[in-house]
Design a protein around this ligand. Sequence first.
Ligand code: IYR
Length: 230
Amino acid sequence: MESPDHIIINGYRHNSFEIELFSEHDIIHKSKTFHNWLDKRRSVRDFSDKAIPKEVIENLIKSASTAPSGAHKQPWTFCAVSNPILKSKIRKEAEIEEKESYDNRMSERWKKDLEPLATDMHKPFLDVAPWLIIAFKKVYEFGDDGTKHNNYYVNESIGIACGMLISAIHDAGLVTLTHTPSPMNFLAKTLNRPSNERAFLLLPIGYPKFPTYVPDLKRKALDEVAIFYE
Ligand code: IYR
């Protein structure tokens, strides 16, 4: 007997959804292959200025926007900046905040923890990378009458979307960095965002500079990050 292509629940249409069912052998292989590939991702701070077509950035943002979100509100706006004047302005503003952070806001312990990464207040990648994506979270939406409606699980939702964006960037053969100049409220002003949006994460995107150097970091082993209750 054939299943209907949709049913009505609570008065709303629910479409039939099909996902290909793989054998146990295949799911072991697929999950292993995915991990091997994802494990090759590294945060990169040195970018090539080689151009990236806008279409690539559009596809990356479309991938990020497939993320699950609280009540499917998709509470995010991704601002993609390639304009060199705007990138320079963002760099200048970010470096003002970073200087203050490194000089006065961050604890000695924090700076010590960052030593292996060799970061400092200088952020040349904000000029050099061909694109910057700034993810804004939408804390609330405006109703038709101008009333404000809070969104749900906003941090979780945009965090997941950014994780998917990072995976999509890696899959495209490009590199990125999760940059969080702090405080980052200057970004809403510079990019002219409405009052319901707050900057969440800034991701420069491009090819890496060649040769590329990244810190010699190890990832935690499975038994350090997982506990099984069987
Ligand atoms: N936002 C600063 C400092 C910084 C903080 C953490 I936690 C990092 O993992 C890396 C950097 C900067 O971008 O330099």
